[in-house]
Design a protein around this ligand. Structure first.
Ligand code: ATP
Length: 320
């Protein structure tokens, strides 16, 4: 292929800019022309498409968010929307597309694949919940952002001998909670994949207090329930006066970590390698520390993202 395009879709994630940059720079390195599509699938259908030079991606590697902007565009779930998108790509003479986004964006890429349009998807979401990869672009930055807050909350929790509930993002996935729970030494991690017993949690906090523990930090994945509801439930089993912190969208922002920048760069370059030889219908990932590409339709149909629940057990063994 000689002319390809790139778009970002769904929730933004730190490292998306680094991935776009890699697609553009590697594309040019391989003698291709690279186009950028603004506002995800919405911009694709509207024809909001422009040629990107090497310089257009200068000074972007360190920035969070996505300079191509992102959008939610439910109309792309319809065949009409998908065919309009392909029509626009053909109008610009674009032969292949790189989509960077979460599972909804992957569905869009799979739909393009079903229509025979060569598409490569890269996993970009802080939730880390995409099948076919151990890690997604943005996850490492998000957990480091959360960790910074956990460390700060620990200071105040210790000073006041208090229980803190920190609600973290992740939609229905527990990855952010698991990683930040272990890294932050939280006494409890509560995630959708593992049942919990509120009375047991309360008892563990109580026992810790009796041993002279000055604080209890509970990391709660948003997919379980919201932090205030959790605090109310917990209070039924003791007078904990738990304080709730909902970290919210700060978790999506910030300059990407070195790890996210490298992952984004490697993923972006691999997407170009694949499209260059005419290979589409794929999603790129990292599995057991190796970069892999899989059939996107098969991946969506047969694979499910599983968080590393061994971290939960580990945390119980070392952070009680
Ligand atoms: P995140 O998980 O970070 O929020 P996401 O990619 O899952 O990211 P969504 O809003 O679910 O975010 O999806 C992004 C876009 O992908 C949608 O706005 C829509 O344009 C497209 N999309 C979602 N589902 C489908 C589908 N079934 N078929 C085609 N396109 C879809």
């Amino acid at each position: 292929m000689k002319r390809i395009a790139v778009l970002t879709s769904g929730g933004d994630a730190p490292g998306m800019n680094a991935a776009i940059r890699a697609v553009v720079r590697k594309g040019h390195y391989e003698g291709m022309e690279v186009y950028g599509i603004n506002y995800g699938y919405a911009g694709l259908v509207a024809g909001d498409i422009r040629k990107l030079t090497r310089r257009d991606v200068g000074d972007k590697i360190s920035r969070g968010g996505t300079f191509l902007y992102s959008a939610r565009y439910p109309e792309f779930a319809t065949e009409e929307g998908q065919l309009k998108g392909i029509e626009q790509l053909k109008k610009f003479g674009i032969e292949g597309l790189v989509v960077i986004g979460g599972d909804g964006s992957y569905m869009g890429a799979a739909a393009l694949t079903r229509h025979g349009y060569p598409t490569v998807a890269l996993p970009g979401t802080i939730d880390n919940d995409i099948p076919g990869t151990d890690f997604c672009i943005g996850f490492d930055t998000a957990i480091n952002t959360v960790l910074d807050s956990v460390d700060k909350i620990r200071d105040t929790a210790t000073s006041h001998v208090r229980t803190f509930i920190i609600e973290v993002m992740g939609r229905n996935a527990g990855d952010i909670a698991l990683w930040t729970g272990v890294a932050g030494g939280a006494e409890q991690i509560v995630i959708p994949d593992i049942d919990f017993n509120m009375e047991e949690i309360a008892n563990t906090i109580q026992k810790g207090r009796e041993r002279g523990k000055k604080h209890s930090i509970i990391i709660l994945a948003e997919g379980v329930m919201n932090g205030n509801e959790f605090a109310e439930e917990l209070s039924k089993f003791g007078d904990y006066q738990a304080r709730v912190t909902v970290l919210g969208h700060v978790q999506r922002g910030g300059s990407p970590t070195a790890r996210d920048r490298v992952l984004s760069s490697v993923f972006g370059a691999r997407a170009v390698d694949l499209l260059k030889v005419g290979r589409g219908g794929l999603c790129v990932g990292i599995v057991d520390n190796k970069i892999v590409e899989n059939d996107i339709i098969e991946t969506l149909n047969t694979k499910k993202h599983m968080p590393d629940v061994s971290l939960y057990k580990l945390n119980q063994e070392i952070s009680y």
